[in-house]
Design a protein around this ligand. Sequence first.
Ligand code: ZN
Ligand code: ZN
Length: 269
Amino acid sequence: MDFGLWTVDCGLSDFMKLTFLGTGTSTGVPSIACDCVTCLSADFRDKRLRVSILIEHAGKTILVDTSSDFRQQALRAGIKHLDAILITHCHVDHVFGLDDIRPLNFRYGAIGVYANEIAWTDLRRIFQYIFNPTHFGGGLPQLIPHRVEHNSPFCIGQDLEITPLEVIHGKLPVIAYRFNDFAYVTDLKTIPEDSLDGLRDLDVLVLDCVRIKPHSTHLCLEEALAYIEDLKPKKAFLTHLNHDILHERDSRLLPDNVEFAYDELVVEG
Ligand SMILES: [Zn+2]
Ligand SMILES: [Zn+2]
């Protein structure tokens, strides 16, 4: 098992390994043409590809979102195989790497992709060439579509229960995923009451926090910390960070059990 360069032992149950493939907002950090202190920072923790995580558990490898940086992330993390891909929602930063699963298809065949009904409608429209091919000659991504529903758990492998929980991103219902005692909750402004109940008793929570100041469709720092205070995970990591957040300077704003995530961070237990 590759234990990675930056490892935090958080006591995740069942020897789960979480790798942050990307922790940046939709533009990535640095942002094109920006000369701000974060975009010019030499700290590797201020370099953020678009958000995505990899979960490894009991021999299964699961990707959450095929970000616009998926190819680069897969090469950087040495991804050799995926057992499933979970989609949070169909916004560009989360899905535009979908075509780059093809090298894995060529080796291992089709991959199961899990998304809610709204995301499937958009995925079928945006990636029409995958679902309604107009030419022959191969080279298309191969997916096995699965529809997920709020609070309807499913299993991948023997011991990994995955519970989709709906959160609200502006007006768009987005799927957060709980994996045993870990949850990945990105791209949201509000968490409905029954989803909150599904996010209690966590070892590790990864939560959206786009910036310090309020935002119309994402959690800002104060809102993210308020949810963490309510949910009381043992450990929380903030992700989907934009260039307002300078890792070292702004880490002083966080309580002891909360950290800003950064690319290539590995959490395991
Ligand atoms: Zn996003
Ligand atoms: Zn900047």
